[in-house]
Structures are given as structure tokens and as C-alpha cells.
Design a protein around this ligand. Structure first.
Ligand code: DGJ
Length: 690
């Protein structure tokens, strides 16, 4: 709901539990008023008349109070907007108008030919914010920095910053530390979202998993990005974020051109970190992830089983075993196209390898369909190997700097997707591919960062950073429109491209190349802070885990770990014993039973994975399921009971595993025994209200 004061200078957005208010002063300064619990318009108006503090000339009363701090004038905080023309730098805006359309508020300002529109939209309790910049001319403008939003926190003591950091095979690890004066900057200067940080932060002063205020911000952008959390001299905290890492130029806007920032979404919750996560999940399922109410099938992926050494016959054999254990989607990973027999060749040539698939992909796809499964393939369209027909024909289609080495990571170069001819080539190749065989699913990978982001001949090569992402989004949108039944997974060497932007165009994400079931618990714990289990792909692979650490774990532990998200199987099924295949079949059918809860239910993190017992619980209607893992039992001590969440204390619940009847109040206040013992033990416990 959107309310506007009578004088048209105070705006209040209200969600189911929260409110957000801004105010325009007589001097056209747009001030932040409120972000927190619901308030009345009269409360916002009362806040609006509170005077700004009076500072001596070394501080600015605007710093820490403005909705979208521009560069210039009496401001010293990091600007969200920094603009340069040939004549001057900075912005001095005048307010023009507000426009309201349902719950979408637009505030329009002007500085000469530059029109700046701030957008606000309440979705559940998530405030979506973004900015459009229109250069009405006559002169060109250089956007040095154009953040999507700046978020302002209320005055409190002792802010703590939570973030998700990582690297390849160790993504989304949660860490928290007290905020101190100055700035904490996270981001990516790599051209993609990056494994190093998910574009999310959360701030609290004393929240727990179950209680307390949490402010969260998440950016929807799949290229380089930056979020800066600043504690200003008077201890006020602002969070500003947007596309691009530096202030060295995002785009050159010629007269008549526009730029729309990505969305930087913010969420206030007083339900602790658990409540905040559930609100983020509900928001993404309702407004971000395509077709989120549809179940994601159990998939098999060939990568760890066969890597580059693949053939039609061998994939068929894997498919038959996968079908027998209940897999619903069979995905041929890397190695099916061009001369891709290793990572040294083939990227860019998106036609089936004639030695491996002499009649194309259709015979295998048909076989997979005849087995009752959907068929999927892997692609990495934004890349090219120098040893490829594409590169031989178009060596100038890659990002490069003249006279400099073209840096190869994994023997590949990045295509310059900002070029229209490259966009058109990829569209034709992928459209033809998706039309050539009954393909239901595409795993879209991205396996190296930008290093030589040059574009010889273009007057403003800097735009490549933004235009690459725009072209990627446009290509995905076009493919989805032309092939509406095809489902896409975002992958970037595991979890290197996970953000709200890619999430709005893909159906699930590959969480990490780390498929070790124990490491995964921490990765999934971090991931779940912001993203729902409905998009979190997780595979059961072989034991020992030869890809990573040689850890030996039971099939049960591996399955229960992967069942916390979108279950997949990635082991070499031709090497699994009959007993293992039978057990796998049981786990897959159990997963299908609990899938609606996992993929669409409310997640409660019961205990974090810190060494001993950890557990998550999903609740949906009258049903609930607990997934519990015991990493190690120490000193022979009993394993603690798990206090459950989200149940009705006045109801009773039947445990489908044991047939026991439990009282809701007892489960909530005293807990449930898991019967876990020893090391790397795991359990699935289903409860149904009776
Ligand atoms: C990186 C991905 O994360 C893996 O799952 C696999 O698809 C390989 N790329 C294939 O090259």
C-alpha cells in the first residue's frame, strides 16, 4: 500500500509487517524517514517535521539522511550517483513530480538534461528500489557511478554486519562482525557475480535466529557490483549498492539514451535471521523465480561421473540406471559438442560432436524421454576456446586489449557479448540447438572471470561491463520466450553467478562444485540466508569424494544433505552396487514425498552446522519434515533433542518414521530425539498433524 501526505511531499509504503517512508524538503532534498515496523502516515509526517541536526562546517546534516546521495554540494558520504559532463561534475536536482501506480512509486528529479527517477515498490515486505536515468540532452553525460539505492538504518548502537563470503568450492559462507566507523565494501570486479561474495548483507544489533530486528539488502545484478556499508562519523549507517565496482565510468549516455539500474531490494524483519530468510524466500518464490510454484524434478548430471569422456551409448547406460532409481531429468554436462574432448577445445561450437553423437542429440533425448525422464544439456555460451571454429572465424569477437596478451583461464576467452554480431550468433546457435532435439533443460555455465575487458574500436569500451550482462539477460529472455517449456539453471563454476537478477531468469542455480555432503551443509546454511531451497540444486556424488577431499560418507548422509534443496544425483551410477542403487531409489522416493515441503515450505534452521548436530525443518500446512545431520558425537555425550519450530503447540503430530505421536508443545519446547549416533549420521523425520 502507498500513502501520500496532503502536501505531496511525504510518501509511505506499507507491507504486511513493515513500513518505509521518505520525505522531500522545501529545498528538494529527499530524506529518509523510516524503515521498520508499520507506521501510520501521521507518524511519517511527525518524523518529517523533526529538524535536521545542526553541525559545524566539518560535517553535513544531509550525510546519512538522504535517500539517494548524489555527488556534489554539502555532502561527504559516498555518493550513489556520480555524473560528469564536459563542463562539470556532480548533480544538483530539482523535484519534478511523483507518479504512483498501485504500489509502485516514482519520484522524478531533473538536473538540466538529466532526468533521475527513483523507483520504489513494496513486494510482501521487500522494498524494491531502482533508478532510471534519462539523458534528454543536448550534451552527452558520463555516468561514473549510478547505484540502485542507498538504504538508511535507524539510529542504534552496536550494529553487526553479516555477509556471505567464499571462493570456488566454498561459496556462501556466513560470517558476522561488529560494524565500526568507516566503510566495509564487498563486491566483484570480475564481470560476474562471483564466488567471493553473494550480493547480500544483513545488519542487526541483537538478533538471534528466532528473534530481533534484521535489515537485509540484496542486489539483482549478475556482473561486477559493489555494496558499501558505511558507518558515518555520527554513527549513522547507510548501505549503497549497484552495478560496477569502481567509480571510473559505467556508461556514456548520449542525448536520448537511458540507463536503468538493477534492483537493490531491502527487507526489514523482526523475526530474527530465520524470519528474515523466510520473508526473502517467500518474496523470491512469489515475485522473482519463474514458475516457482512448480516442483523441480530430481535430476541426474553426468559431470562427476564421466567428465569430458562421453558417448551416446555411455550416457544411455547412465540414463537407464538413473531412470531405475527414480530420476526425472537426465542432464548431459560438458563434452557433447564441437571438438570438446577436454577443456582445451570446442567452446563456441554449439553443435553435437559428430564422433560422439553422429545423429545429433535427438536419439539420446528420445531414449531419455522413452525412459520417462526429461532431457537436459550443458552450455557455456559466453565463452570460446581459441581452438574452436568460432574463434578461428572471429578472433575479434572476444574481449581483448590491443597489444596485450589474451589471458586464458581454463584455456578459454570471454566473448564480447556487447557486440550485436556476437549476440545474434549466440541466439541463432542456441535457438537452433533447442529446436534440434527435444531438450527440456539447459545448464548455463560461466567458467572464468573477465580479465581483458577491452573492446578495440568502440568509442566507450567501458560499457562492455554493463552491456555484457544486459546481453546475457536479453538472450535468456529471448530463448525463454521462444522455448517456453525449456528450464534454465544458472551455473558459474558452481555458485559464481547467484543473485536476484539471474534468479529472475533461471529456474534453479548450481550452488557449488563442492558436492562433499558435509562441506555442503555450511554452504547451504549460508545460501539459505537469502535464497530458497526451491532453487538450490544439490547432488549426491560418489564416496570417497575424489573431486575434493577423499571424504568417505554413507549414501544416507549424502542423500539427506542433498535433499535439503533440489535433489540431484551426480555419481557414476555404473559403479554403484545393486544394493546402493536400491537404497538410492528409496531415498529418491522419500525425497519426492517431502519435496513439496522442501521446495515450497517455510524453512526453519534449527541448529547451524558447526561441528556436532545440525538440522533444518520445513513446514507446510499440517506437514513438516526435519533433516538432521550429526557430524561427530563427542565424549559419548547424548545427542541433544531438536526443538522444532512452526508447529501448533495445541496439536499432536505423528512421526511417519516411528509411528510415535508427539504433542506440538513438547516438540516446540522440549524437542524431538533424532536417534543419531557416531560420525556423519543423518536422518529424515516426517511429522503430520493428526
Ligand atoms: C563447472 C560446473 O560447475 C560443473 O558442474 C561442470 O558443469 C563443469 N563446469 C563442466 O565444465
Amino acid at each position: 500500500m502507498l500513502e501520500i501526505s496532503e502536501n505531496g511531499r511525504t510518501w509511505l509504503l506499507t507491507g504486511p509487517a513493515s513500513g518505509y517512508a521518505v520525505h522531500l524538503t522545501e529545498g528538494d532534498e529527499l530524506l529518509h524517514l523510516h524503515w521498520g515496523p508499520r507506521i501510520a502516515l501521521a507518524d511519517a509526517e511527525a518524523l518529517a517535521v523533526r529538524p535536521l541536526p545542526v553541525y559545524r562546517p566539518f560535517e553535513s546534516p544531509l550525510d546519512g539522511r538522504e535517500e539517494y546521495p548524489v555527488e556534489g554540494g554539502p555532502r561527504f558520504a559516498r555518493p550513489a550517483l556520480s555524473v560528469r559532463t564536459e563542463e562539470r561534475r556532480g548533480t544538483e536536482w530539482r523535484f519534478e513530480a511523483h507518479e504512483a501506480e498501485g504500489d509502485h512509486l516514482r519520484l522524478r528529479f531533473r538536473d538540466g538534461g538529466l532526468v533521475i527517477t527513483l523507483h520504489y515498490r513494496m513486494r510482501h515486505d521487500v522494498v524494491e528500489r531502482w533508478v532510471t536515468l534519462d539523458n534528454e540532452g543536448p550534451a552527452p553525460l558520463e555516468l561514473l557511478r549510478a547505484d540502485a539505492a542507498t538504504w538508511t538504518l535507524p539510529d542504534r548502537e552496536g550494529w553487526r554486519l553479516s555477509q556471505l563470503h567464499g571462493r570456488w568450492a566454498a561459496e556462501s559462507l556466513l560470517t558476522a562482525a561488529p560494524l565500526t566507523h568507516g566503510e566495509k565494501v564487498i563486491g566483484s570486479r570480475r564481470g560476474h557475480t562471483g564466488h567471493q561474495h553473494l550480493p547480500w548483507v544483513a545488519l542487526d544489533t541483537d538478533a538471534t535466529e528466532e528473534r530481533g530486528e534484521v535489515y537485509g539488502c540484496a542486489l539483482g545484478w549478475s556482473g561486477s557490483w559493489r555494496i558499501a556499508v558505511a558507518q558515518l562519523p555520527d554513527a549513522r549507517v547507510q548501505i549503497t549498492g549497484g552495478a560496477g565496482y569502481d567509480d571510473s565510468g559505467l556508461l556514456l549516455l548520449a542525448a536520448g539514451e537511458s540507463y536503468t539500474t538493477p534492483v537493490f531490494a531491502g527487507l526489514w524483519s523482526d523475526g530474527g535471521f530465520g524470519g528474515a530468510s523466510r520473508a526473502w524466500h517467500a518474496y523470491q518464490r512469489a515475485y522473482v523465480v519463474p514458475d516457482a510454484d512448480r516442483d523441480r524434478p530430481v535430476l541426474f548430471n553426468s559431470w562427476e561421473a564421466t567428465e569430458f569422456d562421453i558417448s551416446e551409448e555411455q550416457q544411455g547406460a547412465l540414463a537407464r540406471r538413473a531412470a531405475a532409481i527414480g530420476v526425472e531429468l537426465f542432464v548431459v554436462d560438458d563434452g557433447w559438442f564441437g571438438r570438446r574432448t577436454s577443456d582445451r577445445a570446442g567452446l563456441g561450437d554449439w553443435t553435437p560432436n559428430p564422433d560422439r553423437f553422429p545423429k545429433g542429440l535427438a536419439p539420446l533425448a528420445d531414449h531419455v524421454h522413452a525412459l520417462g525422464m526429461q532431457f537436459g544439456i550443458w552450455v557455456e555460451p559466453e565463452m570460446v576456446n581459441p581452438d574452436s571454429d568460432l574463434y578461428r572465424a572471429h578472433p575479434d569477437w572476444v574481449q581483448y586489449q590491443p597489444g596485450r596478451t589474451r589471458t586464458e583461464f581454463r584455456n578459454q576467452l570471454v566473448l564480447n557479448l556487447a557486440r550485436e554480431d556476437v549476440q545474434e550468433y549466440l541466439w541463432r546457435q542456441l535457438d537452433t540447438l533447442l529446436s534440434s532435439a527435444p531438450i527440456d533443460y539447459v545448464k548455463w555455465d560461466f567458467n572464468r572471470c573477465f580479465t581483458d575487458a577491452g573492446w578495440p574500436g568502440d568509442p566507450y569500451p567501458q560499457r562492455l561491463w554493463v552491456d555484457h550482462v544486459r546481453a546475457l539477460y536479453a538472450l535468456l529472455d529471448r530463448l525463454r520466450a521462444a522455448h517456453p517449456d525449456v528450464v534454465f539453471e544458472s551455473c558459474s563454476g558452481g555458485g559464481g553467478r547467484i543473485d536476484l537478477g539471474i534468479m529472475s531468469r533461471t529456474d534453479q542455480v548450481w550452488t557449488s562444485d563442492n558436492t562433499d555432503p558435509l562441506d555442503r551443509l555450511a554452504i547451504q546454511h549460508g545460501f539459505s540466508q537469502i535464497h530458497p531451497a526451491r532453487v538450490m540444486a544439490a547432488w549426491v556424488t560418489d564416496s570417497p569424494n575424489t573431486q575434493l577431499n577423499d571424504r568417505v560418507s554413507s549414501l544416507g548422509f549424502r542423500f539427506v544433505s542433498a535433499m535439503a534443496g533440489v535433489l540431484g544425483v551426480g555419481g557414476d551410477l555404473t559403479q554403484w552396487t545393486e544394493e546402493e542403487l536400491a537404497e538410492a531409489g528409496d531415498w529418491v522416493s522419500l525425497y519426492k514425498e517431502i519435496r513439496p515441503l522442501v521446495q515450497h515450505g517455510d524453512l526453519h534452521r534449527l541448529r547451524p552446522p558447526t561441528g556436532g548436530l545440525s538440522a533444518v525443518q520445513y513446514v507446510r500446512g499440517d506437514e513438516s519434515v526435519v533433516l538432521a545431520w550429526l557430524q561427530a558425537q563427542s565424549y559419548g555425550e547424548p545427542v541433544p533433542a531438536l526443538r522444532l519450530r512452526g508447529l501448533d503447540p495445541t496439536a499432536s503430530y505423528e512421526c511417519l518414521e516411528t509411528g510415535e505421536i508427539h504433542r506440538g508443545a513438547v516438540l516446540l519446547h522440549h524437542g524431538l530425539d533424532t536417534a543419531l549416533r557416531g560420525d556423519l549420521d543423518a536422518a529424515v523425520i516426517r511429522l503430520r498433524r493428526i
